[in-house]
Design a protein around this ligand. Sequence first.
Ligand SMILES: [Zn+2]
Length: 377
Amino acid sequence: MSIYQICSRCVMDTTDTLISFDERQVCDHCNTFDKLTVPNWDTGTRGQTQLTGLVSTIKRQGQGNDFDCIIGMSGGIDSSYLTYIAKEKMGLRPLVFHVDAGWNSQIAVNNIERLIDGLGLDLFTEVIDWQEMRDLQLAFFKSGVPHIDAPQDHAFFATMYKFATQHNVKYILTGANLSTECIRNPVEWMYYQSDSRQLLDIHRQFGTRPLKTFPVTSILWHKVWLPYFKGIRVVKPLNMVPYIKEEAKQLLIDRFGWQPYAQKHFESRFTKFYESYWLPKRFGYDVRRVQYSSLIVTGQMTRDEALELLKKPSYDESMIGQEIEFVSNKLGISVKELNSYMALPRKTYKDYKNQRQLYDYGARVMRAMGMEIGGKR
Ligand SMILES: [Zn+2]
């Protein structure tokens, strides 16, 4: 029986079973942040120089094309703010790219529309075949693993990489950032969603129909082939500018009539159900710990505020019945069937084929070359 412990600086605790603490009871996430992230992350002069360089390269390479980069847009705060920065601060001509996996909330749809209209940009929406999406999501429920949101995430990225390849776009801008995500979900909680070996093995065992159009990527294709052989780069401009979540939110509200969400990633109704209810209830993993801890170490929230918020569950107790019904209906199963998956034996990514070693190796190389800051563990 292990003893419960919580970090004295952030709110990560032993629900992350690989967490370790130093003599001041500070966790390894905080120590990694101090040692590896802080020295390599500058949104002042150095970030500005980096950004200026990036802008001129993107513009040069995009000359003659209808647009010079693509931005993956979910309607959430990170991608919304990024879109604003790309157009207004970087002066780019982005094509805004949205992948509709069937779970958009109404707020997300409104937010995307408001940003696009307000900034005068073009939107391209790719719709994932719903029958295949549903089949994959059900396969993940049946597999018993915690990372059942992998099909959505996988589809988002794979579709974007495919589009960039087909249209010869060299730059993909993502809203991934250190300001709100410097502490990452442990691999144990949320295994790499881009691992196609895992995705396909789970589908092979639990799927009921072939994946004919579902977009599949693989780590070697998007981390090696695309950047080094095709020159297609994924960049994170939000790490080069000051990005304060509350200020960004206010700007989006004032300027575009953007609507905030109760919690990060709630733009997808599936992710909302999964992160606020399914994951904490079935596995005890509360992603708010990770999100709040990122805000704490970057000075955007106090530890006391986080602890206060964590006292309440992240789902709305008066609405959760309806939420469960919505998800069941959408997936075409009964509430009883959905609940039966809650009671399955708990599995991990290790119970299925996976490329974990390749991810670990890749992360080591990227960190050694200074191309990735922080990272998952
Ligand atoms: Zn900590």
